[in-house]
Design a protein around this ligand. Structure first.
Ligand SMILES: Nc1nc(=O)c2ncn([C@@H]3O[C@@H]4COP(=O)(O)O[C@H]5[C@@H](O)[C@H](n6cnc7c(N)ncnc76)O[C@@H]5COP(=O)(O)O[C@@H]3[C@@H]4O)c2[nH]1
Lengths: 184, 184
């Protein structure tokens, strides 16, 4: 089952490495901003959580702004470097976004889409990969449930993430994405 | 089948993006070296191929030198940056190694281990992931065959890679790794 393996790969090859280092990266980021302005500082209970978007359609685009103009890239966190599988100083980077609510108030958080969903989407389009568009939604759900199970059992990752499952059959609503993120 | 999905993910999420850009990165790297010395320049038919190590044991370590002191990290290629799934300027980096032959002659090439094999290895150790150590070798072979099939059919990747399957039951031989790489 493709989604099962991709969830494990996402955890073992990324979340397990990056989530424990997130608090330190957020601290460094906030210190660097003090010199400029308080805008964009990460505070509150959201501060050092990686918000991970999981659209049920597996439609992941490079720029979240294209889905909702209230979601706006702000800056990157200081990058993390690790030696992995022969690659020296492989870089891991996370992006901070501002999310505007209905009153125009900006909230800052660390946000990205679950990259393995891109693989699921492209595999379903590629004939030879073994599964089709009709099974895709099922595979996204399996990815979500497997990942949730792994993360809940992981002491390294606890309290450092938030999985946001998006039933994007409603995605035509102009501010669907920002509203969903703010609900969490 | 885990290995099948990981091979597709390795292609769709990494090789398909990076291999077409390798020649340009090698050119930039060689130009940058001209200022310093000719040492480490990438030339010859190996020059812009990514050499990908696939150990059958799925034992992938961070530093290839630990396996064979004749394999030595030299420098990184100029990094590539891409906006992916909400992460701005995600960095993709490849490492150049010098490989000494039996006469002490140094040969330079772009080298790394297939990162998804790390996932396979760790999954087989983790009880809950669904497959065990005995199935691991089989899964590595399936990964290799699936990946080879995908890459041979891909116009973007042709001539930009070399898959090196390592039957590392012989890995106790001190210069097994360098010898295998140079055979290719
Ligand atoms: N050698 C190497 N260098 C890279 O830069 C790289 N980037 C990806 N990959 C491998 O290609 C495949 C597809 O990648 P994808 O991004 O869909 O999944 C990735 C992605 O969802 C997440 N991840 C890993 N590194 C990052 C990163 N830097 N930023 C965001 N997400 C990341 O965790 C998954 C597993 O990563 P790896 O287990 O390192 O191997 C991947 C994977 O097998 C790489 N392999």
């Amino acid at each position: 089952n493709v989604a099962h393996g991709l969830a494990w790969s996402f955890y073992l090859g990324y979340l397990k490495l990056v989530l424990p280092l997130l608090e330190a990266a957020v601290e460094k980021y906030n210190v660097q901003r003090r010199g400029l302005s308080a805008e964009g500082a990460l505070g509150g209970p959201w501060a050092s959580r990686l918000h991970i978007l999981l659209p049920l359609s597996a439609s992941v685009c490079a720029h979240l702004e294209d889905d909702d103009p209230r979601v706006c890239f702000h800056d990157n966190l200081p990058p993390m470097e690790m030696d992995r599988a022969g690659v020296r100083k492989r870089v891991f980077k996370n992006s901070v976004y501002s999310i505007r609510d209905a009153n125009g108030q900006a909230h800052y958080c660390i946000l990205e889409s679950a990259t393995p969903l891109l693989t699921l989407h492209q595999m379903s389009e590629e004939g030879s990969a073994g599964f089709g568009v009709s099974e895709r939604r099922q595979q996204v759900l399996l990815f979500y449930r497997t990942l949730r199970g792994i993360l809940e059992a992981s002491p390294d990752c606890r309290n450092h993430y938030r999985l946001i499952l998006l039933d994007d059959t409603n995605a035509s609503e102009p501010h669907f994405l920002s509203t969903e993120i703010l609900k969490h």
